[in-house]
Each structure stands twice: as C-alpha cells, then as structure tokens.
Design a protein around this ligand. Sequence first.
Ligand SMILES: [Zn+2]
Length: 308
Amino acid sequence: MVTRLYTHPIYLEHLMPAGHPERPDRLRALERALEAEAFERLDRHLSPMGDIETVLYAHPQSHVDKIRALIPSEGLASIDGDTTVSPKSLEAALTAVGAANAAVDDVFAGRADNVFVASRPPGHHAEKVTAMGFCLINHAAIAARHAQKAHGAERVAIVDWDVHHGNGTQDIFYDDPSVLYCSTHQMPLYPGTGAKSETGAGNIVNAPLNPGTGSETFREAFNARVLPALDEFRPDLIIISAGFDAHHRDPLAEINLTEDDFDWATGELMERAARHSNNRLVSLLEGGYDLQGLAFSAAVHIARLMKG
Ligand SMILES: [Zn+2]
C-alpha cells in the first residue's frame, strides 16, 4: 500500500487556553511516534491551503465570515465555552480542509492508496452554521463533497469512530442519501446527539455505546451496524473521522478501547475499501486527548494503512 501523510506546522499555531485538552502537543506527540523506523516509507507531504469555495460545499459564506470576524489580532477569543480561536486558527482550519481535499485527489488519481491527515483543529462537531466542540470547519464533510464534485463519486461513506458523536457531519448530510454517515460514540456524552433513532434519509447510522464499555461492545457495534451499512451502500470512497478518544486512557470519555481495536477497525474498513472503493480511503484526525493514547493509537492505525 502507498500511504500518504499530510501535516503542516500551521496546525501548531492554533492556540487554546492553558489546560485545554485540544492542544498543539497532540500533534507533537503523534509526530514523535511517526519518527519510528516503521514509518520511513510514509509518503510525507505538507498540507496545502484549502480553497474557500470548497468550504462552501458544507457551510455558508456567513459561517466563514463569522469565524473570521472573531479571530483576534493577538491572544485568544472564545466562540463558546469549549471553542477558542487565536490569530492563526482560521488559516489552520483552512489548511486542514486543503489537506483533506488533497487526500481525496490523491486516492482518485492513484497517487496513494490511502492517506492520513494529521491536522487540527478537528472538524466533526462543526455544523453548517455553528462552530462548536473545538471544531471550526468540517473538513470531513467538505472532503466528501469534493470527491463528488471533482471526481464524480456518487456515494461517499464517512465512518466516525471518535468517542463523541459527529453532530456536525450528521447535520450537513442529514437529508442527503448520497453520503452515508456511520458513527460509534459514547452516549450519553457531549454533544448529546447520535441516538439510533436519528436516521436521516436512511443514510445516518448511529451506534451509541454505553459508558464503561470496551473492545467487545465496540466491535459488536461495528460488526452489527457499521460494516453491513457499508456493504449495502457500496461507497466510491471511505473517509474516516479518526478520533482516538475512545482509548481507555482518554480523559474526556469512558470507553475502554486499546490500540488493537483501532488496528482491527482500520483493517475492516480497508477490506471494505478494497471491496467497494478501489482501496480509496482517507483518514482525518479528529479527537484524542491523552497524548500517549492518541500517539500510539494513531501510529497503529497508520501502520495498518501502510501494511494493508
Ligand atoms: Zn471526540
């Protein structure tokens, strides 16, 4: 497998208040894990800046204008109790969009079988018109639309295994049967959405997990709900909203996954990508707030992408 990695130093310049879990050290920890010899053959690239026109695939111009108006010339400004912007935050978010779209271009052009984007801020809580939950712009949603508009993809699946429900992605595609959104997440937990009964146009598949559950329950939910939905949908591209905060060490949730579970889930999705999508798989970093849990899990995930 040819696996490409996008990242960029601008992601470290999206600053948060002291003690905030979504901090630049997350990417530094992952970067250190990827220095191991096993990752020498990763095809590493700097993320390009995203086009505003592609942001408008998922958000109205007013959403971007609102964020831009809040960006301070120095220090921090808060959007809500959890979500903060610093002078470079919009540039960082747009560079996450650029990398996600470039990753889609790469897998459709055959430059890579699969791609991991190590970026921040995350995106899956960003709704059409609301930045929230550490997220400003929904890069997974934009990448799905980009695959449809630029590459003629008819059906795109987004699988979100972040421990929080991706309310933003669900909001953006709620009435759009051309995009399948599948999520495993702890419930109850922020943001409160993600019940099984939220099914959209039949394209939303939520698999909520009880607090305190772990590997077995996660794999059961994946096997019972996510994988059959993918087989029925036959996507032209699979996008993973890859948060690693369902790891047992994570401080923001109570799901007890290990690195092995992320390795297993990656393998299952690669098998579906091989079956339906000509291997095309794009994985975008979302959450993960324990530095070791995040770095080790993401490294195992990327190693699996490389290995096939
Ligand atoms: Zn999360």
